[in-house]
Each structure stands twice: as structure tokens, then as C-alpha cells.
Design a protein around this ligand. Structure first.
Ligand SMILES: [Zn+2]
Length: 163
């Protein structure tokens, strides 16, 4: 069962097992209408979409997706003791800290330091090769997350690149 494979990945695989985010075709995941889903450094897509996905990943928007996910891989390796469980726990804590029940709810996700960093660096060639472990705390952990997001929400992904 694929769900068992996914759960096993969380507990038995380590971020340092792979160097770049990898494509992983599955039969039943992702569910709903998602084109792909990210899990433990893998970009999971429906196997019948193989040709479309592989073409997309060769385009600049696809390369950006791979770099974004590889940056999460580096974070998990360097900021969470090379453990997916610890990484997703911290990710969840940060999401809650971002106050998802207070408007605008999307700020809780977009201001997670892990996301701020990944969006800030996803267009920089080589960013995943020269990952600086200090920037997450010094640059990408925002004070007053809700207000900062409100002030810049219409161009958030550009704003974080100026930090
Ligand atoms: Zn992300």
C-alpha cells in the first residue's frame, strides 16, 4: 500500500539520503486534483502524468519547483538534525505560530521561516548547493509575521527576495 510507503519514508528515510529533490511516481497519490505533492524530499505525481510532469520539470518553472524542494531538503538536514519527523514537527509548530485562524489565514503558511527562505532563494542558481545555515534565523525569521504579510501580500514572493 502506498500510504504505508509514505509513512515509512517519514520514519526510516533521512534528508541526507538524497542530494536533490527526486521525482516519485505513484498510482494513488497525490489525491484530489493536485498535480504533485511534496513529501520527504520527493515530488510525488500520478504515474499516468509522467510525460507531462517530466516536460514541466525541464522548464524554468519546473526547475524552480525542484530548487524550492531541494532547499527544504537542506533545511531538514541542517536545521532539524537530519530527521524528517523533527523537520515536519518544527514546520507544524511554525505554521501554528503564524496564527492560521486569524485573517489572512494564508499568512501562517507564507511566513513560516522555512517557506520564506525557500521562496527567497528558489530562483537563485546554485542556492541549493551553497546553503547557508545561518540565514534561516538571521534573515528569514520575521518579527510580526501577520503585519509584515498584510503589508506585502500582493507581491509576497517578490518581497521575500528583497530580505
Ligand atoms: Zn515550500
Amino acid at each position: 500500500m502506498e500510504i504505508i510507503t509514505l509513512i515509512k519514508m517519514l520514519f526510516t528515510s533521512k534528508p541526507s539520503d538524497i542530494f536533490d529533490a527526486e521525482l516519485l511516481p505513484m498510482k494513488h497519490f497525490p489525491w484530489w486534483d493536485y498535480t504533485f505533492m511534496m513529501w520527504c524530499g520527493r515530488i510525488i505525481y500520478k504515474e499516468d502524468m509522467k510525460a507531462v510532469i517530466e516536460r514541466f520539470m525541464r522548464m524554468s518553472s519546473g526547475k524552480k519547483v525542484i530548487r524550492h524542494e531541494t532547499l527544504h531538503l537542506r533545511q531538514a538536514e541542517n536545521q532539524a538534525g537530519d530527521s524528517w519527523v523533527r523537520y515536519y514537527w518544527r514546520y507544524l509548530v511554525e505554521w501554528i505560530r503564524g496564527n492560521p485562524i486569524v485573517h489572512p489565514a494564508s499568512s501562517a503558511y507564507y511566513t513560516i521561516p522555512f517557506e520564506v527562505e525557500a521562496y527567497a532563494l528558489e530562483e537563485i542558481e546554485g542556492a541549493e548547493l551553497y546553503y547557508d545555515t545561518n540565514l534561516l534565523k538571521s534573515k528569514y525569521t520575521l518579527e510580526n509575521r501577520k503585519q509584515t504579510y498584510r503589508d506585502h501580500r500582493e507581491n509576497w514572493k517578490d518581497y521575500v527576495k528583497t530580505l
